[in-house]
Design a protein around this ligand. Structure first.
Ligand code: SAM
Length: 198
């Protein structure tokens, strides 16, 4: 994550621009390519801590939009009024329902997920854990994402990818894979983007 290499270009840029992690530039790369976040967008960020996706998204959605983020870990509060943070497990229905009760909204326009399992280094175990997380993201999207909305999911490229693409196709008209420049060369990460929820 963000603190590995202080000489990394995006690490420096994150520090300069006040982001909590360099991941902000992954979402920026996705936004520059797909323009999914619009002024007024209501965005749900899954696996949001420490919060750099939310910081970037909050600027893009503006005052009329909102960004809600949930993570197992506590997310330190933000000064931005359009960011709402929650602590909880995405597999726990009550934690997810609390988001809607507190924000008093029915559905989101966009769901982003940078969810990452605790990795073991064993590819098959990590790949399966990542798949489970993403299948849960799709479940949440099925229920809580507006028709026509989009989803962005972090994937570990190559592992169970076909299974996830198949499941995503059932729910979205278009499915694309994208690897923003800010992903480290050595990483197997990529993002799967579902566009236009059916
Ligand atoms: C790579 S970090 C996210 C970084 C974030 N996008 C940012 O820009 O600051 C992945 C996060 O997924 C969270 N996570 C993993 N499993 C989760 C679960 N079941 N429910 C909620 N959060 C989870 C982890 O706690 C971790 O903070």
């Amino acid at each position: 994550m963000s603190h590995f290499n202080p000489h990394d270009k995006y690490f420096k840029k994150a520090k300069e621009e006040g982001y909590r992690a360099r991941s902000a530039f992954k979402l920026e790369g996705i936004q520059n390519r797909f323009h999914l976040i619009k002024p007024g967008t209501k965005l749900l960020d899954l696996g949001a801590a420490p919060g750099s996706f939310m910081q970037y998204a909050a600027k893009e959605v503006g005052e009329k939009g909102l960004v809600a983020g949930i993570d197992l870990q506590k997310i330190e509060p933000f000064k931005e009024g359009n960011i709402h943070t929650f602590q909880g497990d995405i597999f726990d229905e009550e934690s997810v329902v609390e988001i809607f009760n507190r924000l008093k909204i029915k559905q989101f326009d966009l769901i982003t997920s940078d969810l990452a399992p605790k990795t073991t280094g064993i590819k098959s175990i990590d790949g399966n854990a990542s798949l489970e997380l993403n299948l849960q993201v799709l479940k949440i999207a099925q229920k809580h994402l507006k028709k026509g909305g989009g989803v962005v999911m972090k994937i570990l490229s190559g592992f169970n990818e076909g299974d996830l693409v198949g499941e995503t196709r059932k729910l979205f008209k278009q499915v694309k894979k994208y690897r923003p420049e800010a992903i480290r060369k050595s990483s197997h990460e990529s993002y799967l983007i579902g566009l236009k929820k059916c």
